[in-house]
Ligand binder design. Structure first.
Ligand code: SF4
Ligand code: SF4
Ligand code: SF4
Length: 331
């Protein structure tokens, strides 16, 4: 049997062995020696040198280069640095797109992959693992704490206060897809995520006040907050558009929902609504529109509870209400 090239082996490691684009993306980033090293991970530099019959110093230099490129990740264990390859395709995507020396062609290749191969791959992954790992956090101003219960995992101000460290990186989806002119430097990396981005040189460290400033500016730009679907903050706060975002674009173009909604939905006061259409314009998901009765109507199936329609209504005709209980958020 012919041995697979390291580029094809890497596509298999990403669970997308028949991909046309993944081997091409890797070929643009590494030479054959680095590709062989990558698919031979995990291990320490010394172990890799023995396995591949190479000089330890050269292997060490290659591993540091792969780290900078977003292809190798490290962890300290019992006084040694243990290296590993990306665990999943999304990690490969997110880490390599912010490689500081990335050629423009890399962004184009990722866009081609996302356009041509990602929807069917994501559908298959969703079939194998239906759990939604991310969740929408509503715009803070859209929730009236006098009327609804706002839990700690839904309060970005409190979440930011509870974190140790922040960095901001470019939004990888908008870097590659370029379908809108929404702000790009708005991906907040938190704690270990921030440590990684700062060490790699892909993120700019922020104070908590500056992190809140990014959240505020993202809300004003109409972006949707997304965090990990759990009670603690986790490692990122994404500020997403509906067109470039690899998760939301699956919903808008292929009807596949990979991000959990918030616990809230808009209700519309028909007496106050003037059918101005501002809410319709602000919703990325086509979940609110002017109906036959000349008032705005929300589509429960499509709504993710982001609150952007409520903060944009000039008549204050939209109020967000809780539709599920606190146990909706995984502990
Ligand atoms: S998930 Fe959202 S903020 Fe994060 S990279 Fe994609 S569009 Fe940008
Ligand atoms: S923005 Fe407010 S007033 Fe305008 S259509 Fe929507 S609900 Fe009605
Ligand atoms: S209707 Fe659209 S803008 Fe309003 S909360 Fe739902 S998803 Fe967000």
């Amino acid at each position: 049997m012919t041995e697979l090239s390291p580029y094809r082996q890497f596509a298999e490691m990403m669970q997308h062995g028949d991909s046309k684009w993944i081997p091409e993306i890797l070929k643009l980033m590494v030479d054959d020696e680095q590709a062989r090293l990558l698919v031979s991970l995990p291990g320490t530099a010394r172990e890799m040198a023995e396995k591949l019959d190479r000089e330890p110093d050269a292997v060490d230099a290659d591993l540091k280069d792969l780290f900078r490129k977003g292809l190798a990740f490290k962890k300290e264990k019992e006084g040694n640095t243990l290296w590993r390859a990306p665990g999943r395709l999304i990690q490969f995507h997110d880490a390599t797109l912010v490689w500081p020396e990335a050629p423009a062609e890399l962004l184009d290749l990722w866009r081609d992959y996302m356009d041509e191969e990602y929807p069917s791959f994501a559908r298959e992954m969703a079939r194998r693992s239906p759990q939604r790992h991310t969740r929408v956090i509503p715009v803070g101003k859209s929730l009236d704490p006098g009327k609804v219960q706002v839990l700690a995992p839904e309060n970005l101000k409190k979440l930011v206060e509870s974190a140790r460290r922040f960095a901001v990186t470019d939004c990888t989806c908008r870097l590659s897809m370029r379908k809108c002119d929404s702000p790009v430097e708005v991906c907040l990396q938190v704690d270990r995520g921030a440590d990684y981005a700062i060490e790699r040189g892909t993120g700019r460290e922020l104070t908590k006040t500056e992190a809140m400033g990014v959240i505020q500016a993202s809300e004003e730009a109409g972006l949707v907050h997304v965090a990990m679907n759990k009670a603690e903050l986790g490692y990122f706060i994404c500020n997403c558009c509906g067109c470039c975002c690899l998760s939301f674009s699956l919903l808008t173009t292929a009807g596949l929902r990979r991000c959990e909604s918030s616990r809230y939905r808009p209700t519309i006061d028909d007496d106050l609504c003037t059918a101005c259409g501002a809410c319709q314009d602000r919703c990325w998901f086509g979940a609110i529109a002017i109906g036959d009765e000349d008032v705005a109507v929300m589509n429960e199936e499509k709504c993710l509870g982001c609150g952007q329609c409520a903060v944009g209504c000039p008549e204050e005709a939209i109020v967000m209400v809780e539709v599920v209980g606190a146990d909706f958020i995984p502990q």
